[in-house]
Design a binder for this molecule. Structure first.
Ligand code: SF4
Ligand code: SF4
Length: 128
């Protein structure tokens, strides 16, 4: 699967692998989606925690779903304007929230293991 050059194993590039994304390997994440919580986007994790906190507090006031929706929308607008709790956020075009080029579904590609070249799990992407 590779060449031996001066004693070091050189792997073939894995860019055509279906698990390859921006130099990272999605294999484990696709095998057990959501299992590695440390791979979640920091911004989404923060928003989720604020939302849980919001629901806990709202429960005490006995609000209707409509009232909750209005309150949460306002809270979320403020939250989204706060500086993102992530120094690596890379703004880009798209409709994801947060709008970050490293976001894949709800995980951060930067937090995934790096691909070191073709390995035994390499599978050719179907649409290339
Ligand atoms: S780099 Fe982007 S995807 Fe990764 S944690 Fe930061 S905001 Fe989320
Ligand atoms: S070649 Fe192996 S390490 Fe690289 S992306 Fe594919 S499965 Fe992951």
């Amino acid at each position: 699967m590779g060449d031996v050059t001066r004693g070091a194993l050189v792997r073939f590039p894995a860019i055509g692998c279906r698990f390859f994304q921006q130099g990272r390997c999605l294999y484990e994440e696709l095998l057990n989606p959501g299992f590695h919580t440390a791979w979640r986007c920091l911004v989404l994790a923060r928003w989720e925690s604020v939302y849980d906190d919001f629901l806990d507090r709202a429960e005490n006031f006995g609000l209707s779903e409509t009232e909750l929706g209005v309150l949460w929308r306002k809270r979320f607008e403020r939250l989204a304007e706060e500086s993102a709790p992530c120094p690596d956020l890379l703004p880009g075009e798209g409709e994801s929230m947060p709008e970050c080029l490293h976001l894949q579904e709800d995980i951060c590609l930067l937090r995934l293991p790096q691909c070191a070249g073709q390995c035994e799990r390499f599978r050719l992407r179907e649409n290339i």
